[in-house]
Design a binder for this molecule. Structure first.
Ligand SMILES: [Zn+2]
Length: 599
């Protein structure tokens, strides 16, 4: 971006009141310093950077401004970010600003119209093509030549929109990286082989298969994984179809189509993933499971891979386990103050049984792993029995049950006791034998943690009694019960105030007061949350301590209702009440409470 543009941009920002004259001068005086800092930090991140003027020129004045984190003139809470600047420039020039949603892009449109170097050099991204009408996003709307050239050479009728440079660069890197790797791999396979054509199919079989060690295939897999992390995907689905192979990501619970890859490349692609996860690449008819440990932005990420032979080949699903989600600080899980303290007390007990309950997907594993992480110190032996091991953590001694060869939760527990453990985590108590062994371990000086499939904390007592555990054994071993659910959090980027209706208040057990409005937040949907209005999830808990009064109720085999009533007198609050607290804090919605907890 040349000097002239720099002046224009600063003028736009000062005349619109985003920057004061002083701030604008500050930008100019610190410009070179900040450029050097950006280069330095890119070098630290291991990016290949060319030294000298070329690199300096690639960092625009907008990059400098957004890195300076300047408050909008006269305001304290809003900052002049890249997006603020781009929107202002777009408005000034009368061009539309678009925040690009990569999941809505067609990778064919992007990668076939201009080359990657051209896109990167001019910070351009073709984002939509309908008929002859091409939409191009640019982060440098002052420069027309690069866009004119596309229109001249390809004859498109071009609409220009403005977007953030950081988004453009990221998408160009990921889309072109994946696409060009796949295309290069396909070329090596003697291009344009039509799998549907029998003659060519026979020819393809005679060509030696593209090896999974091929650099293009390695790159393609790498790009795909990076892209999945950056899109916060929880699962990657790779599905062979008749003509092609479909790649989809699950993000916030929903699947999105990401790429289509030629069928010819698929075997090598699948082999590469199978090799990485230490599966048998020759075995294609039986389902397999494996793991990959990789790192992303300096943190280790665990991938659990499974294959399933389907009509057109092997379907691969890669589940992504993010340790920052699976192993959190206990205080970040979503406990209220009282519950958090109680749970902390449970964990500091030298021995006994702690149970975490809730349906599948309610975050029990996260609670257990996070608790184990706090407990794992040099002076204790911590062992887990899981089905299967969720995420490998070096500090724990983890074993998987294998029922087909007789290794069950119950039998593993017996074996583990010979290994001098201090803390034992049993994945799940499903039967009397496991429950019995867990209680015996708790009674013989071990801290035992496990999960149970019940809806709430009082129900856990009934479940143990139903399994056939004597009340005195429950009383002697059980320290406390945690019941939990996960609710989606309102997206902070598009949150708006919402007043609860009288009906909603009644449903939630709140006092309706027309004057004192019950205001909460609701997400209206934006790019950041993919239009859902939600971003991330938080736990909602109920924690019940097995106090002496509760013990008396257990002794007389009271109903869950009776136990709940007694617990309430001691300060216990139910899941729903705690969820309503989260609602009133503006962090979740009524719909979400109804969906997850019911009313
Ligand atoms: Zn949003």
């Amino acid at each position: 971006m040349d000097k002239e543009n720099k002046k224009t941009i600063l003028n736009i920002l000062t005349s619109s009141g985003l920057l004061s004259k002083e701030q604008s001068d500050e930008v100019l005086s610190k410009e070179n310093l900040i450029r050097s800092r950006i280069i330095k930090s890119n070098e630290l991140k291991g990016q290949v950077v060319r030294r000298g003027r070329a690199v300096h020129a690639d960092i625009s004045i907008i990059d400098v401004i957004s890195l300076m984190n300047l408050p909008v003139d006269g305001k304290s809470n809003t900052y002049v970010t890249e997006e603020v600047v781009m929107k202002e420039i777009a408005g000034h020039l009368g061009i539309k600003f678009i925040k690009i949603d990569p999941l809505k892009l067609d990778s064919d449109v992007i990668t076939k119209i201009i080359s990657r170097p051209y896109a990167l050099k001019h910070k351009l991204l073709p984002i939509a093509l309908s008929g002859n009408h091409l939409t191009i996003a640019t982060s440098n709307p002052f420069e027309h030549e690069s866009i004119d050239r596309i229109s001249q050479s390809k004859g498109y009728d071009i609409e220009v929109v403005v977007s953030n440079k950081s988004d453009i660069v990221k998408i160009v890197t990921e889309f072109y990286g994946f696409r060009s790797s796949i295309a290069a791999a396909e070329d090596e396979l003697a291009s344009n082989v039509d799998i549907g054509n029998l003659e060519q199919f026979v020819k393809l079989k005679s060509i030696s298969e593209l090896a999974d060690t091929d650099q293009h295939i390695i790159n393609a897999v790498e790009y795909l994984l990076h892209y999945a992390y950056s899109q916060r995907a929880s699962d990657i689905h790779i599905e062979p179809k008749r003509e092609h192979c479909l790649v989809r990501f699950r993000i916030d619970g929903l699947l999105h189509n990401i790429h289509k890859m030629p069928k010819a490349v698929y075997p090598a692609f699948a082999s590469r993933i199978k090799t990485l996860s230490r599966m048998d690449i020759a075995e294609k008819r039986r389902p397999q499971g494996g793991r990959i440990k990789t790192s992303q932005d300096g943190k280790e990420i665990e991938l659990r891979v499974s294959t399933l032979p389907v009509s057109f080949g092997e379907k691969i699903v890669i589940r992504i386990f993010d340790p920052t989600i699976l192993m959190q600080n206990i205080n970040d899980l979503g406990f209220s103050k009282r519950e958090g303290e109680l749970f902390g007390d449970f964990l500091s007990a030298p021995n006994g049984l702690i149970l975490v309950t809730g349906p599948t997907g309610s975050g029990k594993t996260t609670t257990l792993y996070s608790a184990l992480k706090t407990l794992s110190t040099e002076d204790v032996n911590l062992t887990t029995i899981e089905d299967p091991v969720e995420m490998i953590c070096e500090d724990f001694n983890q074993t998987s049950i294998q029922p087909q060869i007789g290794i069950t939760f119950a039998s593993s527990l017996r074996t583990i006791l010979r290994q001098d453990p201090d803390i034992i985590m049993v994945g799940e108590i499903r039967d009397l034998e496991t429950a019995d062994n867990a209680i015996q371990s708790a009674l013989t000086g071990h801290l035992v943690m496990s999960t149970l499939h019940t809806n709430d904390a009082p129900g856990t007592i009934t479940r143990l009694l139903d399994l056939g555990i004597a009340p005195f054994l429950i009383n002697a071993s059980l320290i406390g019960v945690v019941a939990q659910r996960l609710v989606r959090k309102v997206c902070s980027n598009c949150a708006e105030e919402y007043t609860l209706s009288e009906g909603e208040c009644r449903m939630l057990g709140l006092n309706y007061d027309e004057d004192k409005k019950n205001n909460v937040n609701i997400g209206t949907g934006c790019n950041q949350c993919r239009g859902t209005g939600y971003f991330g999830r938080t736990g909602v808990f109920e924690v019940m301590e097995i106090s002496d009064t509760i013990k008396a109720e257990i002794e007389s085999k009271s109903s869950p209702e009776k136990i709940r009533q007694v617990a309430k007198n001691e300060g216990y609050t139910m899941l729903k009440e705690n969820a309503v607290k989260v609602l009133l804090e503006g962090r979740t919605t009524v719909d979400e409470i109804v969906r997850v907890i019911g009313v």
